[in-house]
Design a binder for this molecule. Structure first.
Ligand code: GSH
Length: 249
């Protein structure tokens, strides 16, 4: 089995963690950031995104499809509860995680990458690319393309994503409180949601909003090692205050 990934991709890491949880042997093919469209096409995939999984010749793309494909392949340990009501809650949480939460860190990261040479250099370095300074210069138009054309970000959209973040984190905490996620055995929604929260912990300005919440603890439990803080700088005035600061006025 081959998992096509990008080192900094959170849904790709979620896929890798699910495979590891199931004990399914797999090879990880790490694609350099920005090269995924070309590499995936050359590898026979139709879609442009990671995670992309090749299982005995079958091609599966998208983290929601991956969780189901690996569950079919090897049911134990379960990623989806057997009880229909619990399963529905997990599926709903997973869908929310994929559609609502997952794009936030990606959009913010791409918007910052398109504007910030130092961040592009840091990304090139962490992902082991040769000549990071040159790559950072050459990748400027690529960064712009992903930020503007692929992700459709703008100043307004990033400001709105940041404003929505506290509510999204509240929702993660609620899902933990209701038991849909955060139980003793991780399910598909745990992997989907925790990895997005985990990647947000790598944004130095957002870490204080997250780390003391149940959401932050879950993220560190599911994915203790995922990347490292990168010099991501969001406009300070757009960054929401942590809950404790809001509560004390
Ligand atoms: N929501 C999908 C999308 C994943 C996605 O957008 N992956 C990004 C990396 S985090 C990617 O490969 N993007 C490449 C592109 O849009 O060209 C999933 O959960 O699999």
């Amino acid at each position: 089995m081959k998992l096509y990934s990008i080192a900094v991709s959170h849904p790709a890491r979620a896929a890798g963690l699910m495979l590891r949880y199931k004990g399914i042997e797999h090879e990880i093919v790490d694609i350099p950031p920005g090269m995924q469209r070309v590499m995936l096409r050359l590898s026979g995939f139709r879609g442009a995104t990671v995670p992309a999984l090749r299982i005995n010749g079958r091609k599966v793309q998208g983290s929601l499809n991956v969780s189901r494909a690996v569950e079919d392949l090897q049911p134990e340990p379960h990623l989806f509860p057997v009880d229909p009501e619990q399963r529905a809650a997990v599926e709903e949480a997973e869908r929310w995680g994929e559609a609502d939460l997952q794009p936030s860190p990606r959009n913010m990261f791409r918007w910052c990458i398109s504007r910030d040479y130092e961040l592009r250099r840091a990304l090139a370095k962490t992902t082991g690319m040769p000549m990071p300074s040159l790559v950072a210069r050459l990748m400027k138009p690529v960064g712009w393309y992903f930020a503007r054309v692929v992700s459709g970000t703008s100043d307004e959209s990033i400001r709105a994503d940041l404003a929505a973040l506290p509510e999204q984190l509240d929702h993660v905490d609620e899902l933990i409180a209701t038991g849909a996620i955060g139980g003793g055995q991780p399910n598909a929604a745990d992997f989907q949601i925790a990895i997005s929260v985990r990647v947000l912990l790598n944004f130095p300005q957002l870490r204080p909003l997250i780390e003391s919440r149940p959401a932050g603890e879950l993220a560190m439990r599911i994915a203790p090692n995922f990347g490292a803080a990168l010099p991501i700088e969001l406009p300070t005035e757009w960054v929401p205050e942590p809950v404790s600061a809001r509560a004390s006025g």
